[in-house]
Design a protein around this ligand. Structure first.
Ligand code: PHE
Length: 445
């Protein structure tokens, strides 16, 4: 059990179904691009390790399974780290050719304006049955191409430089033909491009209506890149150029046939994708900080409406930042260590902890357990709640004689809702420092 009560208390919030919440509106906008797909918005976040990892083909030593990355309730039960945890069961239920699952997901991670330990994903999948094709006297590929023709056309240019299948980097599965995969990949890509175009058209309308944004008149730039997930092959990510950077918006691929076979539907073939709803909503509304989604402040909530056209979010005044540093010596032990902030996989939320990977190596705070930056992050969350904006490693130092390692973290204390007094920030910082000692056994400098 490594799940703090602050995380458990997020479970009943159910932000993605709250009326007029930006995550709800974003979800509904995407759902509207998939007519006929069955939607699931109520799946409970407590799942088995089997559902979250084994059923999807994660190897036993995959970093995503580690206690530094995933919230365990006991050794066999976790808070789902992604909506893919429900893939096998949803395929097994076999209620529809296409489905969309939106849900809260949980990952231990760094603290900054785009990372929060609870966020929301949407998973989608579409499958076709080889027997249906046979009945209609077609190949499965022909059946799929018929459906590709039904997807609305767009006129943006999408860069897709790689071949659909690459024998080493992005292989075809043994039981699939290249024709089948070309057709399914085309359906996947056209469907998701349609979503992105719809989102960015809505975002553009929003920025035209509000204060002009630098990007308002720039044409939308989108590209497909090769990717890897244990549960799809070949796999791709979709990236969008936004405010000067390529931003990963979703992960996707051709579903591993073993998952469909194990789910009792061996004749079905198809695609799946997973995207981060916060990231899309942040783009859509220009929401600058992921903590805002959890706000109950009417200055936030009153700005969103499911029926009115999308408007850019107007930040209420930005309160001052308050930076405080903490430096400490790690306790050295003989235990080896893992990496920093690795994720199960990306899907819309950037890929790894922001601070240095070396911070986690070869030093242990908890006896018998490697020091991991995510433990620092979690203590900051526990002590400060939403009042911590980010925590960054600003310095590390190894003593030349003793070999002891020292780290310095800089915490930015800032509330989204009011100005903190210096006394308040000091008090939080003092509690943070004490908890680092009590929970991680570090020595303050
Ligand atoms: N579950 C993956 C993630 O969280 C995203 C994904 C879903 C990728 C479905 C491929 C297919 O990153």
């Amino acid at each position: 059990m490594n799940t703090p009560s602050s995380i458990i208390s997020a479970i009943p919030r159910h932000l993605h179904t709250q009326p007029d919440h930006p995550l709800t509106i974003t979800r509904q906008l995407i759902e509207s691009r998939f007519p006929g797909y069955k939607t699931h918005n109520e799946l409970f976040p407590v799942v088995s390790v089997h559902q979250n990892f084994d059923s999807l083909g994660f190897p036993p030593d995959h970093i995503g399974r580690s206690r530094t990355d995933t919230y365990y309730l006991n050794k066999d039960t976790v808070l789902r780290t992604h909506t893919s945890a429900h893939q096998a069961d949803t395929f097994r239920a076999n209620e529809s050719e296409g489905y969309l699952i939106s849900a809260d997901v949980y990952r231990r991670d760094a603290i900054d304006r785009s990372h929060y330990p609870v966020f929301h994903q949407m998973e989608g999948a579409r499958t076709w049955d080889r027997r249906t094709a046979e009945k209609e006297g077609k190949t499965l590929a022909q059946l799929v191409w018929d459906d590709v023709a039904k997807i609305p056309k767009h006129n943006i240019e999408v860069a897709d430089p790689n071949p659909t299948i690459h024998p080493e980097r992005n292989p075809l599965q043994a039981t699939h033909s290249a024709e089948e995969v070309e057709a399914i990949a085309a359906h996947l890509k056209r469907s998701l491009e349609d979503v992105v175009v719809a989102i960015f058209n809505a975002a553009k309308t929003a920025s035209d209506a509000g204060s002009p944004s630098a990007d308002a008149d720039e044409p939308l730039k989108v590209r497909w890149v090769e990717a890897y997930f244990p549960f799809t092959s070949p796999s791709w990510e979709l990236e969008v150029f936004w405010q000067g950077d390529w931003l990963e918006v979703l992960g996707s691929g051709i579903v591993q046939q073993s998952i469909l076979s194990n789910a009792g539907v061996p004749d079905r073939l198809g695609w799946a994708f997973g995207l981060g709803l916060e990231r899309i909503a942040m783009l859509l509304y220009s929401i600058p900080d992921i903590r805002l989604f959890w706000s109950t402040d009417t200055r936030f909530l009153s700005q969103f409406s499911a029926v009115a056209p999308i408007k850019r979010f107007v930040p209420f005044s930005k309160y001052p930042a308050c930076f405080k540093d903490v430096s400490f010596w790690l306790r050295t032990t003989s235990s080896a260590a893992g990496g920093a902030g690795h994720r199960v996989s990306p899907s819309g939320i950037s890929a790894s902890g922001s601070a240095s990977a070396s911070a986690s190596a070869t030093v242990s705070a908890i006896p018998g357990q490697a020091f991991h930056e995510n433990d620092v992050m979690e203590i900051a969350r526990e002590v400060c709640g939403e009042v911590v904006e980010d925590v960054r490693l600003v310095d590390e130092f190894v003593h030349p004689k003793t070999g002891r390692k020292s780290l310095c973290y800089r915490v930015n204390y800032r509330s989204l809702e009011r100005t903190l007094t210096n006394e308040e920030a000091n008090e939080l910082h003092e509690r943070f420092r004490q908890q680092l000692v009590d929970k991680l056994g570090v020595e303050l400098r």
